[in-house]
Ligand binder design. Structure first.
Ligand SMILES: C[S@@+](CC[C@H](N)C(=O)[O-])C[C@H]1O[C@@H](n2cnc3c(N)ncnc32)[C@H](O)[C@@H]1O
Length: 216
């Protein structure tokens, strides 16, 4: 989880100066923002919706809770959470990338979700909240994109109430024998191809596949 040496870290399979990683990640999400939701549905055949629902169930969110959807992107987790916390609760959707947040803002407004929701541009490594602020924090497919993961985890721990719950939703690698070669073909052939055809951006979807492999 630590950068690979003192001055460099990984960006997918590339070794890059630490100071450049966040900009490279930002470029990826600026580029894919407008097609992000469509691509998620195509890449997972809609299954990402089930993973997200499962993750939210594990959070044990109740009415009145204050919940942070960190690296919340285009806001599909925040949308579900907003319904669960109700009008006495609060959801803060925070992401470092303003292109993703613009898509989130339009989507959530279109669906009438604004009363208990705040959208905020923030870096997971330096969360701008007071200590013990949240009942629950969820970070979906976000942690692997952060440069200093320990710093981000410390920051989340600081703003989480004692007894609160943090849920990190991330990809893993298949353990079933025989599945690896199919998964490799899917990751390194199909994903970049879909990226090229649909999002007009093959490199960002290659990064996606590589970043999953590089994540612990
Ligand atoms: C793969 S998207 C996940 C979006 C959404 N949570 C989902 O599940 O679909 C990763 C998100 O992490 C955000 N991100 C990357 N680094 C971040 C950081 N340091 N702080 C906050 N958000 C970050 C990106 O801008 C991007 O929106």
């Amino acid at each position: 989880m630590t950068p690979s040496d003192n001055n460099t870290t990984h960006f997918g399979y590339q070794e890059v100066p630490i100071s450049e990683k966040s900009e490279k990640v930002a470029d990826v999400f600026h580029s894919v923002a407008s097609q992000y939701d469509l691509m998620n549905d195509l890449m997972s055949l809609g299954v990402h919706r089930l993973w997200k629902r499962f993750a939210i169930d594990l959070c044990g969110i109740r009415k009145g809770h204050r919940v942070l959807d960190l690296a919340g992107g285009t806001g599909d987790l925040a949308e579900k959470i907003s319904r669960l916390v109700g009008t006495q609760g609060e959801v803060i959707l925070a992401d470092i990338n303003n292109s993703m947040l613009k898509v989130a803002r339009d989507r959530l407004l279109d669906r009438g979700i604004f009363e208990n929701l705040t959208i905020m541009q923030a870096d997971a490594e330096q969360l701008p909240f007071t200590e013990n602020y949240f009942d629950r924090i969820i970070i979906g497919f976000g942690l692997r994109n952060v440069t200093h993961k320990e710093k981000a985890l410390q920051s989340m721990f600081r703003v989480l109430k004692p007894g609160g719950r943090l849920l990190v939703l991330e990809f893993s690698t298949p353990t079933l024998p025989g599945l690896k070669s199919i998964y490799d073909a899917y990751s390194f052939k199909l994903l970049p191809l879909l990226g090229r055809v649909v999002a007009k951006d093959e490199d960002s979807y290659r990064y996606l596949a590589e970043s999953i492999r590089m994540h612990h």
